[in-house]
Design a protein around this ligand. Structure first.
Ligand SMILES: Nc1ncnc2c1ncn2[C@@H]1O[C@H](COP(=O)(O)OP(=O)(O)OP(=O)(O)O)[C@@H](O)[C@H]1O
Ligand SMILES: [Mg+2]
Length: 345
């Protein structure tokens, strides 16, 4: 899969920008605050239906404007796809695939898959469990619609249950939500379990490549063993703390190198290498599952890596379309200069 063209109108600091992308590496070069990351965010929006840095669509509309438009054309194994997303102040976003409007964001999922990689992701290993859950959620939503729906339902029920817990204290009434929470929660848990299981061999292989085979990495999905039983056992505590204390919204991924928890004991370098292995493994897993190589979006990643890791990263993405932002042009790829909300070859 590859993107051939990106066009944005009134999107963040871009009034009107069009890029014809190359099959391989594309580099967006420019000083700070010129609009490089904004262009990656536009691509991300066309892939997953939401912004990278915000959940509020209106933030992406250019200041002083009413509407923003993002259009992305891509070539897939079987034909082409054109995504158009219009964002408006105080309006629900409208999305069209090949000019046909869709009713639900879920229909957009999987049309164009991307993997976003920023310095924040290099912290994936040492950051909070919420970051690792987000990683699973974004990936699974792109490759599995059932997951996307289950997660949306789960979050809604969880919100209602938590709202009840804020002001009420009848443990029996909680069962209204628990049944649905368990149904959706079990789907989420099973799919995450399978995802981590499938991802692990790819992570192990990438990590061996990056470390020269000196270290062995393992990933373990940490969740409840019996959601129904643990949820009912936690009722008293939930009422006391006014929130739902068990469930997949509290899950984590344990990452160990040579048996030691990297989240806690890993050096900065080990944590970064582990994160890099996970991101590169995602590329291979997506390809294996969907039959299409996803597009890699790299935001400011090169400046964060030493030359050794940079070289290995470039080697790992030779058969991948990538859009990279940087302040200094590397000696590769098709280079666009981004300046004050415009991009030129
Ligand atoms: N809705 C908006 N309307 C207009 N401008 C916006 C909007 N949202 C963000 N901006 C502006 O976009 C500018 C550039 O953002 P961007 O993050 O793309 O920069 P960048 O080129 O990636 O810079 P850096 O190298 O620092 O990461 C910022 O100055 C910001 O104020
Ligand atoms: Mg940036």
């Amino acid at each position: 899969m590859r993107i051939t063209q990106l066009t944005v109108d009134n999107f963040r600091n871009h009034k009107h920008t069009t890029l014809q992308l190359d099959t391989g590496v594309n580099v967006l070069v420019g000083q700070n605050a010129q609009g490089k990351t904004n262009l990656l965010e536009a691509i991300y929006l066309a892939c997953v239906g939401r912004g990278w840095r915000t959940t509020r669509d209106s933030e992406m509309v250019q200041f002083g404007q009413e509407r923003a438009l993002v259009q992305v054309s891509a070539v897939k194994n079987f034909g082409t796809v054109e995504i158009a997303i219009q964002l408006g102040l105080g309006l629900k976003k409208s999305i069209a695939i090949n000019r046909v409007p869709i009713a639900k964001v879920a229909e957009l999922m999987g049309q164009i898959n991307c993997i976003f990689f920023s310095p924040d992701e290099l912290k994936l290993v040492k950051e909070t469990p919420a970051d690792r859950r987000r990683f699973m959620n974004i990936d699974l939503s792109q490759i599995d619609k059932t997951y996307f729906y289950a997660l949306a339902r789960y979050n809604k029920i969880l919100q209602q249950r938590n709202a009840y817990l804020k002001t009420n204290n009848n443990p029996r009434e909680l069962s209204i939500w628990d049944e649905q929470l368990i149904t959706q929660g079990k789907i989420i848990i099973a799919k995450r379990q399978a995802f981590i299981q499938k991802l692990t061999p790819y992570v192990v292989a990438k990590h061996q490549e990056l470390t020269g085979g000196n270290e062995t990495i393992t990933l373990t999905y940490e969740t409840c063993t019996d959601l129904a039983q643990e949820l009912s056992a936690a009722r008293e505590r939930d009422l006391r703390l006014h929130t739902t204390t068990v469930g997949p919204h509290r899950d984590d991924i344990a990452i160990a190198i040579n048996g030691q928890d990297v989240r806690i004991y890993g050096s900065q370098g080990q944590q970064r290498t582990a994160a890099l292995s996970i991101k590169l493994a995602e590329l291979d897993l997506f390809t294996a599952i969907t039959g299409e190589r996803p597009i890699l979006l790299l935001d400011d990643v090169f400046s964060e890596l030493d030359s050794n890791r940079q070289a290995r990263l470039l080697k790992a993405i030779t058969n991948t379309q990538a859009v990279i932002t940087a302040t200094d042009a590397p000696a590769i790829g098709k280079i666009f200069t981004v300046k004050n909300g415009t991009a030129r070859l």
